[in-house]
Ligand binder design. Structure first.
Ligand code: CP
Ligand code: NVA
Length: 318
């Protein structure tokens, strides 16, 4: 008889808010260990000793474009000794109307975990409800938890433990901002957001943060948010699936991260951006390509954190 339940030690990775504080810390610590091991290797095509995910297969479904998420997950599976299968939503029967739950049930018979970059967060949740293998959120309209776990790893490498530090966000209160709100609560750091009124993060997320003791502030004044920050972050003003590009660029222009805004943060502050970036829209070239920017480490850390997320989903610790 096939067991139609998730295996006992297997877990979904849906949002940072659905992890416990200790799960969050565990994933970051696994990533640090795996990165240290990876840095002893001469190439990226290596396989970790003992191939901890040998025999495991991951399906990666993309309903939206991707560079970092796609390559980092595929290489993560390779380096852990497993196998990845990349699928474009439009090439699948999913693109012709096959239901999410039928797709999840079928794929559960072929692979051991499914990573989904979905247009709608509800589709991701439906997949998690109906799949009998772990589901990983690789970005939805609501959140981007894998990215923010990599951001936390990057912050700690450059600026030490994140607990009690001040992170500032200037720009659109989008999916990336939502996952930062979740992370700030789970990892006990301060998060100051500056967003125009109509681009504020969802009220339900702000309410969740408040109810869970988060030190989250929201202002329409970027300088107020960035003042004394240890880290300044922004993201594209036009996310995948957004329309009204012209209106967005106009409304969000005062929230651009530039040298003047960076000067209000701590002298030691770092700059992060999940990429892809649009120079001279959300951030000026002198900032993103300047000495405070850690974007290339941040991008590389997607690989190290994906490995840790996969290990955690499969119930493997180091
Ligand atoms: N930051 C990020 O998720 O990049 P991709 O869209 O290239 O995967
Ligand atoms: N907010 C962006 C992030 C891209 C990685 C988007 O959803 O398009």
């Amino acid at each position: 008889m096939t067991d139609y339940n998730l295996k006992k030690n297997h877990r979904h990775f849906i949002d940072i808010s659905s992890l416990s504080k200790s799960d969050c810390r565990e994933i970051i610590e696994i990533a640090k260990k795996l990165k240290a091991e990876a840095k002893k290797q001469g190439t990226n095509g290596f396989v970790h000793q003992d191939a901890p995910l040998k025999g495991q297969a991951l399906a990666m479904i993309f309903e939206k474009p991707s560079t970092r998420t796609r390559v980092s997950f595929e290489m993560a599976m390779h380096q852990l000794g497993g196998k990845a299968v990349v699928l474009q939503g439009n090439d699948m029967q999913l693109g012709r109307g096959e239901s999410i739950s039928d797709t999840a049930k079928v794929l559960s018979g072929f692979v051991d975990a499914i990573m989904l970059r979905a247009n709608s967060h509800e589709a991701l949740l439906e997949m998690a409800e109906t799949s009998r293998v772990p589901i990983i959120n690789a970005l939805t309209n609501f959140s981007h938890p894998c990215q923010i776990m990599a951001d936390v790893l990057t912050f700690e490498e450059h600026a030490g433990p994140i607990e009690g530090k001040k992170i500032a966000w200037s720009g659109d209160g989008n999916n990336v901002a939502v996952s930062w709100i979740h992370a700030a609560v789970m990892l006990d750091c301060e998060l100051a957001l500056a967003c125009p009124k109509d681009y504020s993060p969802l009220e339900q997320v702000m309410g969740w943060a408040k109810n869970n003791g988060g030190k989250i502030t929201l202002t329409e004044n970027p300088k107020e948010a960035v003042k004394n920050a240890d880290c300044v972050i922004t993201d594209t003003f036009i996310s995948m699936g957004d329309d009204n590009a012209e209106e967005r660029l106009r409304d969000l222009a005062p929230y651009q991260v530039n040298a003047e805004l960076m000067a209000t943060a701590k002298k030691s502050a770092i700059f992060m951006h999940c990429l892809p970036a649009h120079r001279d829209e959300e951030v000026t070239a002198d900032v993103i390509d300047g000495p405070q920017s850690v974007i290339w480490d941040e991008a590389e850390n997607r690989l190290h954190i994906q490995k840790a997320i996969l290990m955690w989903c499969f119930g493997k610790s180091l």
